[in-house]
Structure formats: structure tokens, C-alpha cells
Write a protein that binds this ligand. Structure first.
Ligand SMILES: [Zn+2]
Length: 90
């Protein structure tokens, strides 16, 4: 994960009411954001989390994608969510 403020400027598409234009994107996820938008998956906002919190990519359709630094981190997050859900279930 890059440090807060380590960004690159991407020219993103302007689609409907989503006016991205030039945007400062966290350096470590900039290639992903660029590829998604080039492929027609329009993003509205994003943050890599900078190794401190879970990162996200907000899509134009309202969904959010999580950004994790590695497999161990996402598996830990999933385990905690599953255990939390089972503890509060019926
Ligand atoms: Zn980063």
C-alpha cells in the first residue's frame, strides 16, 4: 500500500452525472482503476487504505469493492465476519 498523498493523476471518463475527469488516485491502485474505467467499469471514488484500514473502490452502480493488501488480510476479515454472524444468529 502506498502512503497517504502518494497519488497519480488519471484522466477518467465522464459518464452521465459522474464527472470524474482528472482525479488523484492512490498510486498502488491506479493501474486497477485505469483498467476498470478503460473496460467500461466506471468508478466514482477509491482509497487503498494505506495499510491502516480496508481500502475500497466505489462503482458507479453503487457497489463497493474491498481492497486488501494480501490474501492473509482478506481471509482474516472474512473469518471475523463469519464468526460475528454466527455468534449473533438464531
Ligand atoms: Zn496505496
Amino acid at each position: 500500500m502506498c502512503e497517504h498523498g502518494d497519488t497519480v493523476i488519471l484522466e477518467l471518463p465522464i459518464v452521465g452525472d459522474i464527472r470524474c475527469g482528472s482525479a488523484d488516485i492512490d498510486r498502488c491502485i491506479a493501474p486497477i482503476i485505469k483498467a476498470m474505467n478503460a473496460g467500461g467499469i466506471i468508478t466514482k471514488a477509491c482509497c487503498c487504505g494505506h495499510g491502516k484500514v480496508m481500502g475500497y473502490i466505489q462503482l458507479a452502480d453503487g457497489r463497493y469493492l474491498g481492497v486488501f493488501p494480501n490474501r492473509r488480510t482478506i481471509m482474516k476479515h472474512r473469518h471475523e465476519k463469519l464468526m460475528g454472524d454466527s455468534a449473533t444468529g438464531p
